[in-house]
Design a protein around this ligand. Structure first.
Ligand SMILES: [Mg+2]
Length: 314
């Protein structure tokens, strides 16, 4: 695999692996993963539980695949089409769906009004539910450069999240993956990326993305977009391998599938597909409610990721 392809496939598979690895530990306490699997590399970590089969990816990856298939079939970003796919998915009864995402997708409003209206009424919409599904779109838009990939991240996030703070977390993740796919160090790219976040959102992200920040410093549950992205960056910054980064993420407890999905997406882009343990990819599978009875296996997800890197346009 070439370096760019290894990084692209690493981002998509890494995110799915983190999602499936973290799912059984969702809403559990910090340290639960290490307590059960003390030695890295020992095996058995992809264990299932909490209603999830071993290797089963959750809503994070399911939505990311729907985004990917829309981008590829529409030849670019067609927000109405992505929203319609999300609606079919939500209506097909996925095992898990974020509360806010469900409200927005099932509320009966059109794609360009639903999230905005939800935010207007509720005033709280800065969950991590758009950031969690961004690995596929981050790969797809990477080749279009920083401005375009950050803009696409915002537009995709805005489909379900009316709070611009959630858009900026997704935009930053897109930019970090773009840097990794370009062979740069995404952590070194962070300060510059922050300058492209609107001033009213910049400071809050600067805090959680600072090298001195620790997930214990979070002022919200890690289901919120800021500590989720901050925790993912922290996990990558403070470890040296894909496996250790994702272990650190799951071990934070809380919204473990999503924090590990975001971490795995970033770590996969940094270390590449070849660095993801085969014992974690082998049982990986992605059920796709809303798209027939399809279940994507790891090989199909690898193939999908490869197509995102070289979009077939027109
Ligand atoms: Mg999930």
């Amino acid at each position: 695999m070439g370096a760019a392809r290894d990084a692209a496939v690493g981002a998509v598979i890494g995110s799915a692996v983190g999602d499936a690895l973290g799912a059984p530990f969702e809403f559990g306490p910090a340290g639960a993963f290490t307590a059960r699997f003390p030695a890295p590399g020992a095996g058995g970590e992809m264990c299932g539980g909490g209603g999830w089969d071993r290797g089963e990816a959750t809503d994070d990856t399911q939505m990311a695949v729907h985004v990917a298939e829309s981008l590829l079939e529409r030849g670019g970003l067609d927000p109405a089409d992505v929203f319609a796919r999300f609606q079919r998915w939500a209506a097909a009864g996925p095992k898990d769906i974020g509360l806010q995402t469900e409200d927005v997708l099932t509320g009966g409003l059109p794609w360009d009004a639903a999230a905005r209206e939800h935010f207007r009424v509720n005033q709280r919409a800065a969950g991590n539910g758009a950031l969690m599904r961004a690995a596929t779109s981050a790969v797809y838009f990477a080749a279009q450069g920083r401005r375009a990939t950050m803009a696409a991240g915002r537009r995709l996030a805005a489909l379900t999240h009316g709070d611009p703070a959630a858009w900026e977390g997704t935009a930053l993740f897109h930019e970090l993956v773009r840097a990794a796919l370009a062979g740069e160090d995404p952590l070194a790219a962070l300060p510059d990326a922050l300058t492209h976040v609107p001033a009213e959102h910049r400071e809050r992200y600067a805090v959680v993305l600072d090298p001195g920040w620790h997930p214990d410093d979070a002022t919200e549950f890690n289901g919120a977009v800021w500590p989720c992205l901050g925790s993912a960056v922290w996990a990558v910054r403070t470890t040296r391998t894909f496996e250790d980064a994702v272990r650190a993420a799951v071990d934070l407890g809380g919204d473990t599938d999503t924090v590990a999905a975001v971490t795995g997406g970033l770590a996969g882009a940094v270390y590449g597909y070849d660095a993801i343990p085969a014992r974690w990819t082998r049982p990986l599978h992605v059920p796709l409610p809303g798209a027939g009875r399809r279940v994507l296996g790891a090989a199909e997800l690898v193939e999908l990721a490869g197509r995102l890197l070289t979009p077939q346009r027109g």
